[in-house]
Ligand binder design. Structure first.
Ligand SMILES: Nc1nc2c(ncn2[C@@H]2O[C@H](COP(=O)(O)OP(=O)(O)OP(=O)(O)O)[C@@H](O)[C@H]2O)c(=O)[nH]1
Ligand SMILES: [Mg+2]
Length: 400
């Protein structure tokens, strides 16, 4: 799973990546600081089972702190997009291409209204515009892929209409589309019964928009929420886009908190409201004044910086993933080497026990016999059993 971070230049995309992944990618208060995409590993929080166990769990990747497990997920921060990107403006074609492998988007909006659509400094810009034009550029990007040389293809499909879904899926194979996604989008656009030669511009746009939403579901970060001018804009944005998922964030505050934690100046667990100042309280470190201001103005006021929540909303509400723990020993919750709860996988809702086995190892899917649901008194489950969030499963497979 890969989450793409998109938005206009200077909205704070790289700052959010750095805050979530503790990467050191270049940030700047000028447009197009990022040109080549930056990748990073972020972590979502899951309630672990280790607090009920005698020993501590031993994650193979990520960490577990006070019963909270941090599970890795990959992020991709790309260059800023500007209006006209789908037609190549601001190297938009190339930058959009970088997003092909993404499974969902975090769209970072500068809620302060202090940067225009191209990321240049201004005042009183309406950030609602960014939501509208960015969605429209993304839809045009999909549309350009779908309808390239359309006259030729639609004429061909006139003779073989039954091949339409397949042909559209072929076009989108670079984006990782499946036949099912294409079929759903065509059905939702009322195009399954209409011959492609008769699709008008409106039909094509509706279809491309459905594909965008199915293939790249999005959450919007209302970023720079710490700035004074943001609060009125945030109220307006929430009113104007009731169907979008919106989360207030301050990427910069989160980055400062995490950096101060890494420097051991404070103890801060991402996503929490509390921070603990380390060091000698009688000799206050002046560089911590900014952290005190973040505590007072952001954490005490709004509980969190919103950045961990943003990722969690993206993983659990938008991508609809669940966390499942595989174990070998259902009594001690260990793997074959005695490591306690070493792995947890994020898989799509609806994943069956057998499909899950395939995520652990392709051979396990082939040799799958059944499973034990360890968190439900070792209840025996069949291949088609649908897994739930925080299930612990012991997979029983045939010996090869
Ligand atoms: N006040 C405030 N400033 C922020 C916040 N997030 C980012 N910034 C500032 O906004 C500017 C742009 O940040 P970047 O993270 O480089 O933005 P970007 O979207 O990656 O920009 P490009 O790579 O040019 O597209 C920097 O000066 C950041 O310090 C925030 O939450 N609050
Ligand atoms: Mg950047």
């Amino acid at each position: 799973m890969l989450i793409g971070i998109v938005g206009k230049p200077s909205s704070g995309k790289t700052t959010i990546l750095n805050a979530l992944c503790l990467t050191d990618a270049k940030m700047g208060d000028y447009p197009f600081t990022t040109i080549k995409p930056n990748r990073g590993m972020a972590f979502v929080r899951i309630n672990c089972y280790c607090s009920d166990l005698e020993g501590d769990c031993q994650p193979r990747t990520g960490i577990c702190e006070n019963g909270i497990r941090f599970v890795p997920i990959e992020l991709l921060d790309v260059a800023g997009l500007v209006p006209g990107a789908s037609e190549g403006k601001g190297m938009g074609n190339q930058f959009l291409d970088d997003l092909r492998q993404a499974d969902a988007f975090i769209h970072v909006v500068d809620a302060s209204g202090q940067s225009d659509a191209e990321g240049n400094q201004t005042t009183n810009y309406d950030p609602s515009e960014d939501v509208i034009w960015l969605n429209s550029e993304l839809t045009s990007w999909v549309s350009n892929i779908l309808f390239k040389d359309w006259d030729k293809l639609s004429r061909k499909l006139d003779a073989e209409r039954s091949r339409t879904v397949e042909a559209m899926a072929d076009r989108l194979s670079g984006l990782g589309a499946t036949i099912n996604v294409v079929k759903s989008a065509m059905m939702e656009s009322n195009l399954l019964e209409k011959t492609p030669k008769l699709w008008d511009d409106e039909d094509k746009n509706v279809f491309a928009d459905k594909i965008r939403k199915l293939m790249f579901p999005s959450v919007i970060a209302l970023n720079k929420a710490d700035k004074k001018s943001s609060s009125e804009n945030i109220t307006k944005l929430k009113k104007r886009f009731p169907d979008e998922t919106l989360v207030n964030t301050s990427g910069l505050a989160e980055l400062m908190l995490r950096n101060a934690d890494t420097a051991k100046k404070i103890k801060y667990t991402p996503g929490s409201r509390e921070i603990e100042f380390l060091g000698d309280p009688t000799n206050p470190d002046k560089s911590l004044n900014i952290i005190r201001a973040i505590k007072e103005n952001i954490l005490d006021e709004n509980n969190t910086t919103g950045v961990s929540k943003l990722l969690e909303v993206c993983v659990f509400d938008i991508l609809k993933l669940i966390a499942v723990f595989p174990v070998e020993d259902s009594t001690h919750l260990t793997d074959q080497d005695g490591r306690i709860l070493p792995d947890v996988y994020l898989v799509p809702e609806g994943t069956t026990a057998k499909e899950f086995a395939g995520k652990v190892h392709t051979d396990l899917q082939k040799t799958f016999i059944n499973g034990l649901l360890v968190n439900d008194n070792n209840k025996r489950i069949a291949a088609t059993h649908v897994m739930k969030n925080r299930d612990i499963i012991k997979i029983i497979a045939a010996q090869k």
